[in-house]
Design a protein around this ligand. Structure first.
Ligand SMILES: Nc1ncnc2c1ncn2[C@@H]1O[C@H](COP(=O)(O)OP(=O)(O)OP(=O)(O)O)[C@@H](O)[C@H]1O
Ligand SMILES: [Mg+2]
Length: 394
């Protein structure tokens, strides 16, 4: 069933935990609410479950207004982070609990099916304390799913697991959701988790949804600095629009005047005209790094680069280009990560695949960084450039 939140808000005393929120969660989707601690994820989930009364607005399930419906009358089940299994009941009886409570007497077949779904058949007679964290998590899931809810709400269900088990359970949860086909609303503060599992991610910040979309769309085309920094890493350069040229924007970096370009449609500024200040963004893995002596070939397209980089305007189709000096180089096995200080932006992050290492790319080396205009985005400069960064959160 499609869940529709219209202007749903929650105020605790004089603190607004959730600002009026409009959200449509399509039937059968895996929907993630992603955001830092305290941004209002659990509160939103609890309002959908009926455990928290909205201060304003309404909630529809399909066409039915469920805003005033008590929790047990909603076709919704919740799985919490701490599982809350019954310690004295074995796995089978934990899973059967919901059916027994409703007076169902022959539970055997359904319980068996559920245990099969979560691959716990052989452990049916164990008590929760005899299970690993991931196994307990699967019991909690089976216990919720056996009630055949139309919507399953999951509040940080993998929060107690170590990283490896977490990754494994993410795939498992995704498989189960695909198999049962019901709507999952998953709350997490882990961006990788949201991106791996969800069809649609709503990025929340301070009680508001900043941006909503498919994981790749959010990553490739963030529309705010918060999303650009909270989902992965972004390099942001202060720049000013110089001119609009057909489908392209030509910009100049503030201070150095280094020319930069990007497709107009990748600019999240309402009215992109000459003189408007923007933050030009590029993801670290989109950047190619060359030693300054080599100039730097374009990373793709047919255009010819200007060689040394700064100064003259790049030709159509050519890469954006910045010069800089390596401050730090890290070897991560799968990739090489560099921090480059450039006159237009200190501490540029660059990730290179570990294929052909240029031994000259060590701290102190003069380099050229270049990337395609199509991998560039631009954001409104009237925002905090550091919003959503780890440093800000600490
Ligand atoms: N019953 C309450 N009374 C007062 N304030 C509350 C209450 N419940 C939540 N809050 C506040 O509302 C804000 C949002 O809380 P919520 O639990 O929704 O955050 P969250 O996004 O789930 O965070 P976390 O990732 O830490 O679980 C927080 O600042 C919290 O302190
Ligand atoms: Mg929470």
């Amino acid at each position: 069933m499609t869940i529709t939140l219209s202007g749903v808000s929650k105020v605790f005393g004089d603190f607004t935990a959730v600002h009026p929120l409009d959200l449509t969660i399509p039937e059968g989707s895996f929907f993630a609410l992603l955001g830092a601690s305290g941004c209002g994820k659990t509160t939103t989930l609890r309002m959908i479950a009926g455990l928290e009364e909205p201060t304003g607005g309404g909630i529809l399930l399909g066409d039915e207004d469920i805003t005033a419906l008590p929790p047990h009358k909603r076709p919704v089940n919740t799985v919490f982070q701490n599982y809350a299994l019954f310690p004295h009941l074995d796995v089978e009886e934990n899973v059967a609990f919901g059916l027994r409570r409703r007076g169902v007497t022959s539970v055997g077949k359904q319980v068996e099916e559920m245990l099969e779904l979560v691959e716990l058949g052989p452990l049916a007679k164990r008590k929760p304390r005899q299970l690993s964290g991931g196994q307990q998590q699967r019991v909690a899931l089976a216990r919720a799913l056996i009630n055949r809810p139309q919507v399953l709400l999951l509040d940080e269900p993998l929060g107690a697991l170590d990283l490896k088990l977490r990754r494994q359970m993410q795939l498992e949860l995704k498989r189960i959701q695909t198999e049962v086909g019901i709507t999952f609303v998953h709350v997490t503060h882990d961006q990788e988790e949201a991106m791996t599992m969800a069809d649609t991610v709503a990025v929340m910040n301070a009680g508001r949804v900043e941006q909503l979309g498919a994981p790749d769309e959010l990553y490739e085309r963030p529309r705010s600095t918060f999303v650009a920094n909270f989902l992965g890493t972004s390099n942001l350069i202060e720049a000013e629009i110089a001119e609009t040229k057909g489908e392209e924007l030509l910009l100049k970096a503030v201070g150095s005047g280094t020319p930069l370009r990007l497709p107009v449609e990748r600019c999240a500024v309402e009215n992109p005209q000459a003189g408007v200040k923007v933050l030009v963004g590029v993801r670290p893995e989109k950047i190619s790094l060359s030693h300054a002596e080599d100039g730097g070939e374009d990373s793709g397209g047919s255009g010819s680069g200007s060689g040394s980089g700064s100064g003259s305007a790049p030709g159509p189709g050519s890469d954006n280009r910045l010069t800089g000096r390596i401050r730090d180089a890290g070897y991560l096995g799968v990739s090489l990560q560099y921090v480059v200080d450039s006159p237009v932006c200190p501490e540029f992050s660059v990730y290179e695949q570990n294929v052909e290492r240029d031994a000259r790319l060590t701290p102190g080396a003069e380099v050229v960084m270049h990337w395609r205009p199509a991998h560039t985005f631009a954001l409104d400069a009237a925002q905090d450039a550091d919003a959503g960064t780890v440093e800000e959160a600490l």
